[in-house]
Design a protein around this ligand. Structure first.
Ligand SMILES: [Cu+2]
Length: 166
């Protein structure tokens, strides 16, 4: 009687663990779903990196990502890349990034991103970079940015290995 029950519990736990590791890299904060924060490995000596993630607002009112702090990074800002007169430029979003109800905002290479400036150490593949995201309404949450390959997302036109040109 005890043996099968035990085996069953182990199976359940293993299943839960596997499911969790498949879907683990997401966070919930109030009405917000935060999915897969990631960044890229940086070459030695590089001082900046971009941080990317998806934010879904399941609530009824807009919220806003107002600030990001990253462990081991001097300063993190929310940036937008845009094509202006044929030239790719980026600018900080001084009022943060609005996520409207029912919408998902994707921070990814080439558009919105977290600009991480002043890395104390290069990021290496597989590493987790701890960060804290603060939203106007939902509050603050701790997340980990997973460090992906240096060339991850080849569609990126934004070279973070060079200093920001405002
Ligand atoms: Cu930037």
């Amino acid at each position: 009687m005890r043996q099968p029950l035990f085996a069953c519990l182990v199976t359940l736990l293993l299943t839960a663990f596997c499911l969790q590791s498949a879907f683990a890299h997401g966070y919930k904060l109030g009405d917000l779903d935060i999915h897969h924060p990631w960044t890229r490995a940086t070459p030695a000596g590089a001082d900046v990196a971009g941080g990317y993630l998806d934010i879904t607002n399941n609530g009824q009112t807009p919220d806003r990502l107002v600030s990001v702090e990253v462990v081991g990074v001097h300063m993190a800002m929310i940036h937008e890349m845009a094509m202006t007169d044929g030239v790719m430029t980026m600018r900080p979003l001084p009022n943060g990034l609005v996520v409207d109800p029912g919408e998902t905002v994707t921070l990814k290479p080439g558009t919105f991103h977290v600009m991480m400036m002043g890395l104390s150490n290069p990021f290496s593949v597989g590493e987790l970079v701890h960060a804290r995201l603060t939203f106007e309404k939902a509050g603050t949450i701790e997340v980990d940015f997973k460090v992906d390959e240096m060339g991850a997302n080849p569609s990126a036109t934004h070279d973070h290995s060079k200093p920001a040109t405002n």
